[in-house]
Design a binder for this molecule. Structure first.
Ligand code: AMP
Length: 469
């Protein structure tokens, strides 16, 4: 097994890595760091939680410090991420790993005031981490030039595909110099990702870490059968009797997340919701409260949860199963990070059986469906409904709800398009399912960093800024 010092990165970076408490490089770091140091393009399939951020930031920072900065303090490295939370997380890592280096970094994303970002850009930045929408806004308004970029990193490229960001990525690439090093990280190596690599990368070195086993091996996966209307009771029971102190729960919809949060709070379980209808400031507040364990339960939707990296998060609950099996892998990947153990529990009602089957098929393993005494379903036919039956029933329910609600007025809440774009991308814009992830090397003990990168003083932005991630 290699140690960090074998990988060819500078002493100042090694010192920061050692301060962080890492003993040995994770598998993706062991392969990606030397590959990036060759100055060739790299495509790496690495699942979230495997240490991929250091896999690209460490060698990139090493190479940046080797070369002379041009006058005018141009942006020399650009990292694009699909979500704001992930952008903040990546920049936080850059600050941590680069604490002994003379490099300046900045994170920019939508949903917060653009003015402080413009001011910081004016002062000069070496490494810019951004979500695509805000980056293009800044470029189009003339506040950001990318013509001196030497490194271009596409983080979680499969997610970018899912979220419909490819046109924005193409626009960004048109602003970059042709001569550059491009690094593409993705949880899967699908045909679409290969297509992207072909379009954006030149003779890339390929680094692949167990892509065929998407779910982390350190995560214990359990599933409980339950009637839909008793899920909240079962959830409260599990949290209370298990004395769980930090639980991340997934719902399918923003309304579902709000409703569940209210019910749990009523039941004495301190909870907060994080989703695309919340302002960025409130998302940051909820995430910070959860990380510091001031909030016991964080209820999240799929998009909002991307980039949530909490060391030693022990429990992830699928209150509702996702209708895209790939989202399941992303959800449970919030626990069991960096080789630590975690537990992922799914509450499955009869209607969700087709989703459950699709998940088992994707991860290539059976998850035992059991009952919690006193909470088992009243009715569980031998054969579950087919997915088309479930879809039909859902459409009928939606229609009935719509009729019961009556016609929408213009004075109501924001349109769903605006609000979902706020979370970094629109579900409507999602092209097709993708992705998966798994755990990595055994970690050494370290403290999770704060979120200095996230502009905590951020105010909700104007309408235009809200439109894009
Ligand atoms: P990432 O996949 O980059 O989001 O990293 C997942 C988690 O693993 C983060 O909390 C990192 O701080 C942690 N981590 C990254 N590299 C190492 C390492 N070599 N040893 C221990 N923990 C690490």
């Amino acid at each position: 097994m290699k140690i960090f010092a074998d990988l060819g990165i500078s002493k100042d970076i090694l010192r920061a890595v050692s301060d962080k408490g890492y003993d040995t490089p994770s598998p993706v770091q062991e392969q990606a760091i030397p590959a990036v140091l060759t100055k060739q393009d790299v495509i790496a399939t690495a699942q979230t939680g495997t240490g991929k951020t250091a896999g690209f930031t460490l060698p990139m920072m090493h190479l940046l410090t080797q070369e002379k900065r041009e006058s005018g303090y141009p942006i020399r490295a650009l990292v694009l991420t699909p979500t704001r939370e992930l952008a903040a997380q990546v920049e936080e890592s850059i600050v941590t790993y680069g604490k002994y280096l003379p490099l300046k970094s900045l994170v920019v994303f939508g949903g917060v005031n653009i003015v402080p970002q413009i001011k910081e850009l004016r002062k000069g930045v070496d490494i810019l981490v951004a979500t695509p929408g805000r980056l293009l806004d800044l470029c189009n308004q003339g506040h950001c030039r990318l013509d001196k970029v030497k490194f271009f990193v596409l983080d979680e490229a499969d997610r970018m595909l899912d979220m419909g960001f490819i046109p924005d990525i193409r626009r960004t690439i048109n602003l970059l110099p042709k001569k550059r090093q491009t690094l593409l990280f993705s949880a899967t190596f699908s045909k679409d990702i290969r297509g992207l690599a072909h379009e954006f990368l030149r003779n890339p070195i390929t680094v692949a870490i167990t892509p065929e086993k998407p779910a982390a091996q350190t995560i214990a996966q359990r599933a409980y059968r339950c009637d839909q209307q008793r899920k909240t009771q079962l959830l409260s029971h599990l949290i209370k009797t298990g004395f769980w102190e930090q639980v991340l729960i997934f719902t399918r919809t923003k309304h579902g997340a709000n409703r569940l949060t209210q019910k749990l709070n009523k039941d004495g379980i301190h909870s907060s919701a994080i989703h695309g209808d919340k302002t960025q400031a409130s998302r940051i507040r909820a995430l910070e409260g959860f990380k510091k364990k001031n909030i016991r339960v964080l209820v999240a939707t799929d998009i909002a949860a991307r980039g949530i990296d909490i060391v030693q998060l022990p429990h992830v609950i699928n209150f509702e199963l996702p209708n895209l099996a790939e989202d399941y892998v992303h959800r449970i990947g919030r626990t069991g990070r960096a080789g630590l153990e975690g537990e992922a529990i799914s509450l499955v009602c009869n209607d969700e059986r087709p989703y459950f089957k699709a998940i088992e098929k994707l991860i290539g393993q059976k998850i035992e469906l059991t009952d919690v005494t006193g909470y088992g379903p009243d009715n569980w036919p031998e054969k579950g409904p087919s997915s088309s039956e479930v879809q039909k029933a859902a459409a009928l329910r939606k229609e009935a709800n719509r009729k019961a609600r009556g016609p929408r007025t213009n004075t109501g809440p924001r349109s769903s398009q605006n609000s979902s774009r706020k979370s970094g991308g629109s579900k409507q814009g999602r092209k097709k399912p993708n992705v998966g992830q798994s755990g990595g090397s055994k970690p050494s003990s370290f403290k999770p960093g704060g979120s200095s990168a996230a502009p905590a003083t951020a105010r909700p932005s104007n309408r235009r800024n809200r439109r894009r991630g």
